[in-house]
Design a protein around this ligand. Sequence first.
Ligand code: PEP
Ligand code: MG
Length: 578
Amino acid sequence: MVLEGIPASPGIVIGPCFLYQYRRMEPEPRRISEKKVRTEIRNFRKSIHNAKNYIRESYEKARLQYGGEIPRILEIQLEILNDKVFLEEIEHLIRKEKFNAAYATFLIFSSKKEQLLRVSDNYMRERALDVANLKWLVLENLMGSRRPIVLPRPAVVVADDLSPADTVNLHQQKVLGIATNKGGINSHTVIIARALSVPAVVGLERITDRVQTGHKLVLDGSHGKVIVNPTTKTIQEYQKRRNLFLSLEEALIKESVKESRTRDGKRIFILANIEFENEMKQVKKVGADGIGLFRTEGIYINRHMLPSEEEQTRIYLKVAQAMYPKPVTIRTIDIGGDKIFPHIFVGQEPNPFLGYRAIRFCLDHADCFISQLRAMLRANVKGNVQVMIPMVSSLEEVYQVRELFEKAKQDLEREGIPYGKDTKLGIMVEIPSVVTLAEAFAREVDFFSIGTNDLVQYTLAVDRSNEHVAYLYSHFHPAVLRLIKETVEAAQTVGIPVSMCGEMAGDPVAVPVLIAMGLDTLSAAHVMIPEMKKVVRQLTLAECQAVYQEIRPLKTTREIKKTLETFFSEKFKDVFYG
Ligand code: PEP
Ligand code: MG
């Protein structure tokens, strides 16, 4: 039996199944007497306390043993359980409505989860899974049904869903792989599985009904497959694939630390996009040539107030020092659109992507903006930090930003606080109006970085997060390619650096075209870097030009994609597995 799900963490494992079955009983609503209120509240607080202890223990293990983003994920879960306003809502239901603690917990956690699921931002939607995990953790404590997962021997764990803390604990018990009914590609459990290199397939829907503990399983995390009770021939086949995967992966990462040049010697700089400061370990492991985009929204998430200038300075300095002397581009906050923050009220908007987002919000909240600019300037004491502004659509915005940027510098100067006097100020090119006026913009800023995620959405009028129109969303649309080329040409004419930090930069199939268009600096998620460097090293400039000339006259996305994919699969057929 072959079950197909979402490939969540790559790699192949073969081993026995351990089915983690737990019956999730939804609590019945009961009205309690006034006398019982105190006991119910005490039980509720105790269950929160126990849940926090469980996560805190996993957090300590993760902090000591793994570092990186894993402890941060567990910290986010702790923050949710420390949210007094949220917990008070539950206690209020017990106190005022006289609901039993289990039902009140169930109700409020479920409504918070629903609230998050309605948000269009993927990151926040995935946080709904955190809330769901926590709901069951607290409820199991409250109803006395909590059972720790104990693996009798190394196994592939099959479960309805797993919490990030469960995943850390399973890793300590030599879990071979993970297969779950639920889960999304960006859920924290999956992020942890990837960080720990545990192969995983999620979204298998009903795998828990179809396997038993002891069944033999092949789990292919690269292709999202689980094979139940495979034949000897299938096992041999997957054994071979596993060995190939391991040797290629090891070689790819080992090679990645070296600089990447095309076969004819052109240096292509491959930088990393980061969301959190603690991604630096992985960024360095893959030999990134710098940070091309530090999305600062990550430091605002799950907070009840804006981080202070001091705190931001500390975070930015940490990243700048970790990368020094390599460059670090920090982007001012891109609030709004599909990125929401509970503590800053952007409000409901009919068209959030066309609304009160990024620089529009910042120029309207000059204090918060200036404190972020000051922190970035202060982090640039050694000269490797530059500041980038998102969602610029008109030159007036650039003039206003410049004014505030100069003011921030003058204030720091007057206050005698050290900062980078020559800090560069650049913009994201992600709105078509900027491309139309690209030369004029290039004369006013120090650098461009092309953000294809938004450039595609604003050029093609396709919401980047709406699955119904996803078939129209492509960075290979001929209009998008032409806008990229125009941007590069304008930057070259005026003589400012231009790079790309949208997802297109991390698409190996796009790399030859981007090089041909004159881009020599590409920034993508650190997991993509070994592959990108490998691609660069196999190419010559002449080859890139040839394939670019081939797609230039083509009028449709389909033809362009087909041509590039054919070029790519012929050229790289032996290089990549999967
Ligand atoms: C982009 O729009 O391409 C980009 C890199 O920014 P974000 O995905 O954060 O909007
Ligand atoms: Mg963008």
